[in-house]
Write a protein that binds this ligand. Structure first.
Ligand code: SF4
Length: 352
């Protein structure tokens, strides 16, 4: 649909050619601007030329993730913009301390694309919250909280920062003695793989142990460019994981999810989570029954390599935290034995 001029253009230049205004999006995609204007007034849009080039037809899996939809304003099911109470777990603006040994540091409210299902719709692209982040206060909190062993940079997308800014931030975090691990949550290798430059890889590689968790939601996102970006990171010794979001009309079927998980493994990315979508206002049209998620997990287990089977996670409301869900394998339990079914639905007794 849209030609990308290539790596030589530089990621900033590609990003600056993004479709942002409702009129430009409507003209380019052949839809009515009046349909999406009120949507973008509330939830910003950005479709960069690279991701746009992956969309093949109206309403396909990539379109649904990128293109504003009037359904976002018609959501009568999910009432809360922050159902996980992230704001209530922020000791300082932009930093969430939910679990004992790690913090989530939302260092940017910008992304290379504004995903329509985003759990932080309330923030990304200029909403309230992460834009107000005070990096100094966040670093200060981490420094004076010795139980924090891991810092997760998130947002928005932390890789929206320029190289110098990112290097400085990583250096300051690395100097905090009790911080053992840095993790980066990013969609860049998927939504704008040209951001993964050799300079960036050098910077990330210099701050080991540093992990990068990416979000791919559909096998069509695993393009040659995306795989090359991931290979550059993997070659630098950076472990890669994937946190996929289960989304109606995108990946809520066994065939798509199987292709995605096996494709990730082949691209040297370890599937880590399938997130059940959070009940965030404006995203009800992406919701999937839990039963469907469990069916997909059941189909993955045993049929593909165990390395390709992620955990299926729900996030409890009100800040209860993440919990993994498993299909029912134990059918009966007594003092002496378990009655268990395997992935082929054969029944076995297991002595305990
Ligand atoms: S890249 Fe991540 S934070 Fe940004 S809009 Fe997409 S899902 Fe949300």
């Amino acid at each position: 649909m849209y030609e990308v001029s290539g790596r030589k253009s530089g990621w900033r230049r590609i990003l600056s050619a993004s479709l942002v205004s409702p009129q430009d999006i409507a003209d380019r995609l052949g839809i009515g601007s009046s349909m999406i204007e009120p949507v973008t007034a509330r939830y910003p849009a950005r479709i960069n030329p690279y991701y746009l080039s992956l969309i093949e037809s109206k309403g396909d899996s990539l379109w649904r993730q990128a293109v504003p939809d009037p359904a976002e304003l018609k959501d009568r099911v999910f009432k809360e913009s922050d159902p996980l109470s992230e704001a209530g777990q922020s000791p300082v603006a932009g930093l969430i301390h939910r679990y004992p040994d790690r913090v989530l540091f939302m260092v940017s409210d910008k992304c290379a694309m504004y995903c329509r299902y985003c759990m932080r719709k309330r923030i990304v692209g200029g909403g309230k919250g992460a834009g107000d982040v005070d990096i100094g206060k966040g670093l200060d909190y981490i420094s004076r909280t010795p139980r924090v062993r891991e810092v997760i940079l998130s947002g928005g997308d932390p890789l929206m920062a320029d190289d110098a800014g990112l290097d400085k931030l990583l250096s300051r975090i690395s100097r905090i003695e009790h911080v053992e691990v840095i993790r980066i949550h990013t969609r860049m290798p998927c939504t704008l793989p040209f951001r993964i430059t050799s300079d960036l890889v050098r910077i990330l590689g210099a701050h080991a142990p540093l992990y990068v968790n990416i979000q791919f939601n559909h096998p069509d996102e695993l393009t040659d460019e995306a795989k090359k970006a991931c290979a550059m990171l993997a070659d630098a010794g950076i472990p890669l994981g994937c946190q996929t979001v289960l989304l109606a009309g995108v990946n809520d079927d066994i065939k798509t999810m199987t292709a995605l998980m096996t494709g990730l493994l082949a691209a040297r990315i370890r599937p880590y989570y399938i997130h059940h979508p959070d009940p965030v206002q404006g995203t009800a049209h992406f919701t999937v029954p839990l039963k469907k998620g469990l069916e997909i997990m059941d189909a993955l287990r045993g049929n593909i390599s165990g390395m390709g089977v992620p955990n299926y996670m729900i996030d409890l409301p009100g800040g209860g935290g993440k919990v993994p869900l498993l299909p029912q394998y134990v059918l009966e339990r007594t003092e002496e034995k378990l009655v268990v079914r395997n992935f082929e639905n054969q029944i076995f007794e297991y002595q305990i």
